[in-house]
Design a binder for this molecule. Structure first.
Ligand SMILES: *Cc1c(COP(=O)(O)O)cnc(C)c1O
Length: 399
Protein backbone atom coordinates (compact mmCIF):
# COMPACT_ATOMS: atom_id res chain seq x y z
CA UNK A 1 0.00 0.00 0.00
CA UNK A 2 1.51 3.36 -1.05
CA UNK A 3 2.05 5.48 2.02
CA UNK A 4 2.02 9.26 1.98
CA UNK A 5 5.09 10.47 3.87
CA UNK A 6 4.14 14.09 3.99
CA UNK A 7 2.00 14.22 7.10
CA UNK A 8 -0.13 17.17 8.04
CA UNK A 9 1.93 19.21 10.47
CA UNK A 10 -0.92 20.57 12.58
CA UNK A 11 -1.88 17.06 13.70
CA UNK A 12 1.23 16.67 15.83
CA UNK A 13 1.71 16.33 19.57
CA UNK A 14 5.44 17.01 19.87
CA UNK A 15 7.09 14.40 17.65
CA UNK A 16 4.01 12.14 17.70
CA UNK A 17 0.87 11.99 15.57
CA UNK A 18 0.59 13.07 11.95
CA UNK A 19 -1.35 11.46 9.14
CA UNK A 20 0.62 8.73 7.41
CA UNK A 21 -2.02 7.70 4.94
CA UNK A 22 -2.32 6.30 1.44
CA UNK A 23 -2.99 8.92 -1.25
CA UNK A 24 -6.50 7.48 -1.79
CA UNK A 25 -7.57 8.61 1.68
CA UNK A 26 -6.01 12.02 1.54
CA UNK A 27 -9.09 13.94 0.43
CA UNK A 28 -11.28 12.23 3.02
CA UNK A 29 -8.90 12.84 5.88
CA UNK A 30 -8.17 16.42 4.87
CA UNK A 31 -11.92 17.16 4.60
CA UNK A 32 -12.47 15.69 8.03
CA UNK A 33 -9.55 17.64 9.48
CA UNK A 34 -10.74 20.93 8.02
CA UNK A 35 -14.46 20.51 8.85
CA UNK A 36 -14.87 18.71 12.16
CA UNK A 37 -14.13 21.64 14.48
CA UNK A 38 -16.48 23.97 12.65
CA UNK A 39 -19.25 21.33 12.65
CA UNK A 40 -18.72 20.60 16.34
CA UNK A 41 -19.14 24.30 17.01
CA UNK A 42 -22.42 24.60 15.06
CA UNK A 43 -25.32 25.32 17.39
CA UNK A 44 -27.61 22.81 15.64
CA UNK A 45 -25.03 20.03 15.81
CA UNK A 46 -24.23 20.74 19.48
CA UNK A 47 -27.91 20.73 20.40
CA UNK A 48 -28.54 17.40 18.69
CA UNK A 49 -25.42 15.80 20.21
CA UNK A 50 -26.06 17.19 23.70
CA UNK A 51 -29.69 16.00 23.63
CA UNK A 52 -28.59 12.47 22.66
CA UNK A 53 -25.83 12.43 25.28
CA UNK A 54 -28.39 13.44 27.89
CA UNK A 55 -31.47 11.40 26.95
CA UNK A 56 -29.91 8.40 25.23
CA UNK A 57 -26.40 7.86 26.62
CA UNK A 58 -27.41 8.98 30.12
CA UNK A 59 -25.18 12.01 30.70
CA UNK A 60 -24.03 13.58 32.86
CA UNK A 61 -22.81 10.41 34.54
CA UNK A 62 -22.51 10.76 38.34
CA UNK A 63 -19.32 11.70 40.16
CA UNK A 64 -19.59 9.41 43.17
CA UNK A 65 -17.64 9.78 46.42
CA UNK A 66 -16.52 6.19 47.08
CA UNK A 67 -16.26 6.32 50.88
CA UNK A 68 -15.41 2.70 51.65
CA UNK A 69 -12.83 2.48 48.86
CA UNK A 70 -11.35 5.77 50.11
CA UNK A 71 -11.11 4.38 53.65
CA UNK A 72 -9.43 1.25 52.37
CA UNK A 73 -6.81 3.14 50.33
CA UNK A 74 -6.29 6.12 52.65
CA UNK A 75 -7.01 8.77 50.00
CA UNK A 76 -10.30 10.36 48.97
CA UNK A 77 -11.62 8.76 45.79
CA UNK A 78 -14.38 10.00 43.51
CA UNK A 79 -15.54 7.65 40.75
CA UNK A 80 -16.58 9.14 37.41
CA UNK A 81 -19.27 6.62 36.52
CA UNK A 82 -18.82 6.01 32.78
CA UNK A 83 -19.90 2.44 33.57
CA UNK A 84 -23.44 3.80 33.75
CA UNK A 85 -23.47 4.96 30.10
CA UNK A 86 -25.77 3.11 27.68
CA UNK A 87 -23.89 0.04 26.31
CA UNK A 88 -21.73 -0.03 29.44
CA UNK A 89 -18.78 2.29 28.82
CA UNK A 90 -17.56 5.68 27.59
CA UNK A 91 -17.32 4.41 24.00
CA UNK A 92 -20.79 5.57 22.96
CA UNK A 93 -19.82 9.25 23.58
CA UNK A 94 -17.46 8.98 20.61
CA UNK A 95 -19.50 6.62 18.41
CA UNK A 96 -22.62 8.81 18.51
CA UNK A 97 -20.56 11.94 17.92
CA UNK A 98 -18.78 10.49 14.89
CA UNK A 99 -21.89 8.96 13.31
CA UNK A 100 -23.72 12.30 13.70
CA UNK A 101 -20.71 14.03 12.14
CA UNK A 102 -20.61 11.52 9.27
CA UNK A 103 -24.28 12.15 8.52
CA UNK A 104 -23.63 15.89 8.60
CA UNK A 105 -20.82 15.36 6.03
CA UNK A 106 -23.24 13.49 3.76
CA UNK A 107 -21.73 10.04 4.31
CA UNK A 108 -24.23 7.20 3.87
CA UNK A 109 -22.27 4.19 5.16
CA UNK A 110 -20.36 3.55 8.40
CA UNK A 111 -17.49 1.15 9.02
CA UNK A 112 -15.60 0.37 12.22
CA UNK A 113 -12.98 -1.97 13.63
CA UNK A 114 -13.38 -3.75 16.90
CA UNK A 115 -11.25 -5.95 19.15
CA UNK A 116 -13.23 -6.96 22.21
CA UNK A 117 -16.40 -5.86 20.45
CA UNK A 118 -17.22 -2.92 22.73
CA UNK A 119 -16.51 -0.27 20.09
CA UNK A 120 -18.32 -2.38 17.49
CA UNK A 121 -21.38 -2.54 19.73
CA UNK A 122 -21.25 1.22 20.40
CA UNK A 123 -20.96 1.98 16.67
CA UNK A 124 -23.73 -0.50 15.76
CA UNK A 125 -25.89 1.17 18.43
CA UNK A 126 -25.26 4.67 17.05
CA UNK A 127 -25.98 3.44 13.50
CA UNK A 128 -29.26 1.82 14.53
CA UNK A 129 -30.27 5.02 16.30
CA UNK A 130 -29.30 7.29 13.39
CA UNK A 131 -30.39 4.87 10.65
CA UNK A 132 -27.13 4.29 8.76
CA UNK A 133 -25.81 0.94 7.47
CA UNK A 134 -22.89 -0.37 9.51
CA UNK A 135 -20.07 -2.83 8.74
CA UNK A 136 -17.79 -3.90 11.61
CA UNK A 137 -14.44 -5.61 10.96
CA UNK A 138 -13.41 -8.07 13.65
CA UNK A 139 -10.61 -10.63 13.81
CA UNK A 140 -11.82 -14.22 13.52
CA UNK A 141 -10.18 -15.13 16.85
CA UNK A 142 -11.82 -12.16 18.57
CA UNK A 143 -15.22 -13.20 17.13
CA UNK A 144 -14.81 -16.56 18.84
CA UNK A 145 -13.60 -15.07 22.13
CA UNK A 146 -16.26 -12.33 22.20
CA UNK A 147 -19.27 -14.18 20.79
CA UNK A 148 -21.89 -12.26 22.85
CA UNK A 149 -20.75 -8.95 21.35
CA UNK A 150 -20.97 -10.42 17.84
CA UNK A 151 -24.56 -11.41 18.64
CA UNK A 152 -25.28 -7.90 19.97
CA UNK A 153 -23.91 -6.18 16.86
CA UNK A 154 -25.96 -8.45 14.57
CA UNK A 155 -29.10 -7.89 16.63
CA UNK A 156 -28.51 -4.14 16.23
CA UNK A 157 -28.45 -4.59 12.46
CA UNK A 158 -24.71 -4.37 11.79
CA UNK A 159 -22.84 -6.67 9.43
CA UNK A 160 -19.84 -8.23 11.21
CA UNK A 161 -17.05 -9.19 8.80
CA UNK A 162 -14.59 -11.80 9.95
CA UNK A 163 -10.90 -10.93 9.39
CA UNK A 164 -8.65 -13.92 8.84
CA UNK A 165 -5.31 -12.21 8.11
CA UNK A 166 -2.34 -11.94 10.48
CA UNK A 167 -3.09 -12.81 14.10
CA UNK A 168 -6.85 -12.45 13.43
CA UNK A 169 -7.22 -9.76 16.13
CA UNK A 170 -7.66 -5.98 16.47
CA UNK A 171 -4.54 -4.89 14.55
CA UNK A 172 -5.66 -6.95 11.53
CA UNK A 173 -9.28 -5.76 11.79
CA UNK A 174 -7.97 -2.16 11.73
CA UNK A 175 -5.96 -2.88 8.57
CA UNK A 176 -9.05 -4.36 6.92
CA UNK A 177 -11.26 -1.39 7.88
CA UNK A 178 -8.63 0.98 6.42
CA UNK A 179 -8.65 -1.08 3.20
CA UNK A 180 -12.44 -0.79 2.99
CA UNK A 181 -12.21 2.99 3.47
CA UNK A 182 -9.60 3.26 0.71
CA UNK A 183 -11.95 1.35 -1.61
CA UNK A 184 -15.00 3.46 -0.64
CA UNK A 185 -13.74 6.95 0.14
CA UNK A 186 -16.72 8.92 -1.18
CA UNK A 187 -19.71 7.52 0.73
CA UNK A 188 -18.09 5.93 3.81
CA UNK A 189 -16.97 7.22 7.21
CA UNK A 190 -14.62 5.13 9.31
CA UNK A 191 -15.49 5.46 13.02
CA UNK A 192 -12.20 4.89 14.86
CA UNK A 193 -12.77 3.78 18.44
CA UNK A 194 -10.02 5.56 20.35
CA UNK A 195 -7.60 8.52 20.20
CA UNK A 196 -5.49 6.66 17.62
CA UNK A 197 -5.10 6.69 13.83
CA UNK A 198 -4.20 9.55 11.48
CA UNK A 199 -4.93 13.18 12.26
CA UNK A 200 -7.66 14.36 12.90
CA UNK A 201 -8.89 11.20 14.68
CA UNK A 202 -6.84 11.58 17.89
CA UNK A 203 -8.01 15.19 18.35
CA UNK A 204 -11.57 14.53 17.15
CA UNK A 205 -12.13 11.52 19.41
CA UNK A 206 -10.60 13.54 22.28
CA UNK A 207 -13.12 16.30 21.54
CA UNK A 208 -16.02 13.83 21.79
CA UNK A 209 -14.66 12.29 25.00
CA UNK A 210 -13.79 15.65 26.59
CA UNK A 211 -17.34 15.69 27.98
CA UNK A 212 -15.95 13.36 30.70
CA UNK A 213 -13.45 15.95 31.95
CA UNK A 214 -15.85 18.86 31.55
CA UNK A 215 -18.36 17.09 33.80
CA UNK A 216 -15.62 16.17 36.29
CA UNK A 217 -14.62 19.83 36.56
CA UNK A 218 -18.17 21.00 37.26
CA UNK A 219 -19.15 18.12 39.52
CA UNK A 220 -15.94 18.16 41.55
CA UNK A 221 -16.25 21.91 42.08
CA UNK A 222 -19.86 21.44 43.19
CA UNK A 223 -18.89 18.67 45.63
CA UNK A 224 -15.97 20.55 47.19
CA UNK A 225 -16.92 24.22 47.05
CA UNK A 226 -14.94 25.17 43.96
CA UNK A 227 -11.80 23.01 44.08
CA UNK A 228 -10.10 20.99 41.34
CA UNK A 229 -9.02 17.37 41.90
CA UNK A 230 -5.42 16.69 43.01
CA UNK A 231 -5.20 13.86 40.47
CA UNK A 232 -7.11 12.15 37.68
CA UNK A 233 -6.50 8.43 37.15
CA UNK A 234 -7.68 6.44 34.11
CA UNK A 235 -6.79 3.29 32.22
CA UNK A 236 -5.10 3.60 28.82
CA UNK A 237 -5.73 1.24 25.91
CA UNK A 238 -5.71 3.58 22.92
CA UNK A 239 -6.30 6.21 25.57
CA UNK A 240 -9.67 7.84 24.85
CA UNK A 241 -11.29 7.69 28.29
CA UNK A 242 -8.04 8.94 29.82
CA UNK A 243 -7.65 11.84 27.37
CA UNK A 244 -11.33 12.65 27.90
CA UNK A 245 -10.68 12.92 31.62
CA UNK A 246 -7.33 14.73 31.25
CA UNK A 247 -7.81 17.41 28.55
CA UNK A 248 -9.61 19.90 30.72
CA UNK A 249 -6.75 19.85 33.25
CA UNK A 250 -3.67 19.71 30.97
CA UNK A 251 -2.82 23.35 31.64
CA UNK A 252 -3.22 23.09 35.41
CA UNK A 253 0.06 21.65 36.69
CA UNK A 254 -1.47 21.15 40.16
CA UNK A 255 -3.53 18.26 38.81
CA UNK A 256 -1.54 15.03 38.54
CA UNK A 257 -2.56 13.02 35.49
CA UNK A 258 -2.01 9.28 35.82
CA UNK A 259 -2.62 6.65 33.15
CA UNK A 260 -2.69 2.92 33.85
CA UNK A 261 -1.49 0.72 31.01
CA UNK A 262 -1.67 -3.06 30.92
CA UNK A 263 1.50 -4.89 31.97
CA UNK A 264 -0.15 -8.25 31.23
CA UNK A 265 1.90 -10.96 32.93
CA UNK A 266 4.55 -8.35 33.76
CA UNK A 267 6.86 -5.91 31.96
CA UNK A 268 9.76 -8.36 32.25
CA UNK A 269 7.78 -10.97 30.26
CA UNK A 270 6.88 -11.02 26.53
CA UNK A 271 3.18 -11.17 27.48
CA UNK A 272 2.53 -7.47 28.00
CA UNK A 273 0.77 -4.45 26.52
CA UNK A 274 2.79 -1.76 28.37
CA UNK A 275 3.39 0.35 25.26
CA UNK A 276 4.64 3.51 26.97
CA UNK A 277 6.83 1.69 29.50
CA UNK A 278 8.46 -0.62 26.94
CA UNK A 279 7.75 0.76 23.46
CA UNK A 280 9.73 2.79 20.95
CA UNK A 281 8.53 5.34 18.38
CA UNK A 282 7.26 4.08 15.05
CA UNK A 283 4.35 4.39 12.63
CA UNK A 284 1.22 2.24 12.94
CA UNK A 285 -2.29 2.76 11.58
CA UNK A 286 -1.60 6.22 10.23
CA UNK A 287 0.23 7.85 13.13
CA UNK A 288 3.69 8.09 14.64
CA UNK A 289 3.45 6.91 18.22
CA UNK A 290 4.97 4.58 20.79
CA UNK A 291 4.77 0.94 19.73
CA UNK A 292 5.68 -2.48 21.02
CA UNK A 293 8.13 -3.63 18.38
CA UNK A 294 11.19 -5.76 17.78
CA UNK A 295 14.62 -4.22 17.15
CA UNK A 296 14.00 -4.37 13.40
CA UNK A 297 10.59 -2.70 13.68
CA UNK A 298 8.17 -5.65 13.56
CA UNK A 299 5.06 -5.01 15.65
CA UNK A 300 4.96 -7.30 18.69
CA UNK A 301 1.69 -8.97 19.63
CA UNK A 302 0.29 -7.29 22.77
CA UNK A 303 -1.04 -9.29 25.69
CA UNK A 304 -3.43 -8.31 28.45
CA UNK A 305 -6.15 -10.21 30.27
CA UNK A 306 -8.32 -7.25 29.29
CA UNK A 307 -9.22 -7.25 25.59
CA UNK A 308 -9.80 -3.48 25.59
CA UNK A 309 -6.17 -2.75 26.56
CA UNK A 310 -4.66 -5.39 24.30
CA UNK A 311 -3.19 -3.12 21.58
CA UNK A 312 0.50 -2.73 20.60
CA UNK A 313 0.15 1.06 20.12
CA UNK A 314 -1.23 4.03 22.06
CA UNK A 315 -2.69 7.41 21.11
CA UNK A 316 -0.02 9.90 19.99
CA UNK A 317 -1.10 12.48 22.57
CA UNK A 318 -0.31 10.00 25.35
CA UNK A 319 3.08 9.31 23.74
CA UNK A 320 3.70 13.05 23.95
CA UNK A 321 2.36 13.49 27.50
CA UNK A 322 4.64 10.62 28.52
CA UNK A 323 7.69 12.11 26.77
CA UNK A 324 7.05 15.57 28.20
CA UNK A 325 6.41 14.21 31.69
CA UNK A 326 3.06 16.03 32.00
CA UNK A 327 1.30 12.72 32.62
CA UNK A 328 2.61 9.66 34.47
CA UNK A 329 1.98 6.11 33.33
CA UNK A 330 2.05 3.04 35.53
CA UNK A 331 2.02 -0.54 34.27
CA UNK A 332 -0.55 -2.77 36.02
CA UNK A 333 -0.40 -6.55 35.79
CA UNK A 334 -3.32 -8.90 35.09
CA UNK A 335 -3.10 -10.10 38.70
CA UNK A 336 -3.14 -6.57 40.17
CA UNK A 337 -6.15 -5.71 38.00
CA UNK A 338 -8.03 -8.83 39.13
CA UNK A 339 -7.34 -7.98 42.78
CA UNK A 340 -8.69 -4.49 42.11
CA UNK A 341 -11.89 -5.95 40.64
CA UNK A 342 -12.47 -7.75 43.91
CA UNK A 343 -11.64 -4.65 45.95
CA UNK A 344 -14.21 -2.47 44.16
CA UNK A 345 -16.87 -5.20 44.27
CA UNK A 346 -16.44 -5.71 48.02
CA UNK A 347 -16.06 -2.08 49.09
CA UNK A 348 -18.53 -0.32 46.80
CA UNK A 349 -20.84 -2.94 45.30
CA UNK A 350 -19.68 -2.01 41.79
CA UNK A 351 -18.38 -4.64 39.36
CA UNK A 352 -15.87 -2.80 37.13
CA UNK A 353 -14.72 -3.67 33.62
CA UNK A 354 -11.30 -5.33 33.57
CA UNK A 355 -9.91 -2.27 31.77
CA UNK A 356 -11.18 0.07 34.50
CA UNK A 357 -9.77 -2.25 37.17
CA UNK A 358 -6.28 -1.35 35.91
CA UNK A 359 -6.98 2.24 36.92
CA UNK A 360 -8.20 1.12 40.37
CA UNK A 361 -5.02 -0.91 40.85
CA UNK A 362 -2.96 2.15 39.86
CA UNK A 363 -4.35 3.98 42.92
CA UNK A 364 -2.14 1.79 45.12
CA UNK A 365 0.91 2.26 42.85
CA UNK A 366 0.75 6.05 42.46
CA UNK A 367 2.14 6.98 45.93
CA UNK A 368 -0.32 9.72 46.84
CA UNK A 369 0.35 12.22 49.62
CA UNK A 370 -2.05 11.73 52.53
CA UNK A 371 -5.26 13.71 52.17
CA UNK A 372 -5.29 14.08 48.38
CA UNK A 373 -8.57 13.90 46.49
CA UNK A 374 -8.49 11.78 43.37
CA UNK A 375 -10.97 11.33 40.52
CA UNK A 376 -10.88 7.88 38.95
CA UNK A 377 -12.50 7.45 35.55
CA UNK A 378 -14.44 4.19 35.87
CA UNK A 379 -14.54 3.58 32.13
CA UNK A 380 -16.94 0.63 32.04
CA UNK A 381 -18.90 -2.06 33.83
CA UNK A 382 -17.89 -5.66 34.27
CA UNK A 383 -20.83 -7.63 32.88
CA UNK A 384 -18.83 -8.46 29.75
CA UNK A 385 -16.00 -9.85 31.91
CA UNK A 386 -18.05 -12.16 34.14
CA UNK A 387 -16.71 -15.35 32.54
CA UNK A 388 -13.14 -14.20 33.24
CA UNK A 389 -14.02 -13.24 36.82
CA UNK A 390 -15.64 -16.63 37.41
CA UNK A 391 -12.55 -18.36 36.09
CA UNK A 392 -9.92 -16.18 37.76
CA UNK A 393 -11.40 -15.01 41.05
CA UNK A 394 -12.08 -17.32 43.95
CA UNK A 395 -15.64 -17.33 45.25
CA UNK A 396 -16.20 -16.63 48.99
CA UNK A 397 -16.92 -20.35 49.57
CA UNK A 398 -13.57 -21.32 48.07
CA UNK A 399 -11.53 -18.77 50.00
C1 LIG B 1 -12.37 0.07 25.12
C2 LIG B 1 -12.31 0.28 26.55
C3 LIG B 1 -11.19 0.88 27.16
C4 LIG B 1 -9.95 1.25 26.40
O1 LIG B 1 -10.13 2.29 25.47
P1 LIG B 1 -9.54 3.74 25.69
O2 LIG B 1 -9.61 4.33 24.34
O3 LIG B 1 -8.14 3.60 26.19
O4 LIG B 1 -10.41 4.44 26.67
C5 LIG B 1 -11.22 1.10 28.52
N1 LIG B 1 -12.27 0.73 29.27
C6 LIG B 1 -13.36 0.15 28.74
C7 LIG B 1 -14.50 -0.22 29.63
C8 LIG B 1 -13.42 -0.09 27.37
O5 LIG B 1 -14.51 -0.68 26.84
Amino acid sequence: MAVEHNPIREGYFGEFGGAFIPEMLRENVVTLASRYREILAEVGFRQELDALLRDYVGRPTPLYHARRLSEDLGVTIFLKREDLCHTGSHKLNNAIGQVLLARRLGRTRIIAETGAGQHGVATATACALLNLPCVVYMGRRDMERQAPNVARMRLLGAEVRSVTSGSETLKDATNEALRDWIANPADTHYVIGSVVGPHPFPSMVAAFQSVIGAEIETQFAAATGGDVPDAIVACVGGGSNAIGGFVRFLDNAQVRLIGAEAAGEGIATPCTAATLTLGRPGVLHGARTMLLQTNDGQIVEAHSISAGLDYPGVGPQHAHLHASGRAEYVAVTDRQALDAVKLLCRTEGIIPALESAHAIAALSLARFEPGVRVVLVLSGRGDKDLATYERELATPEAE
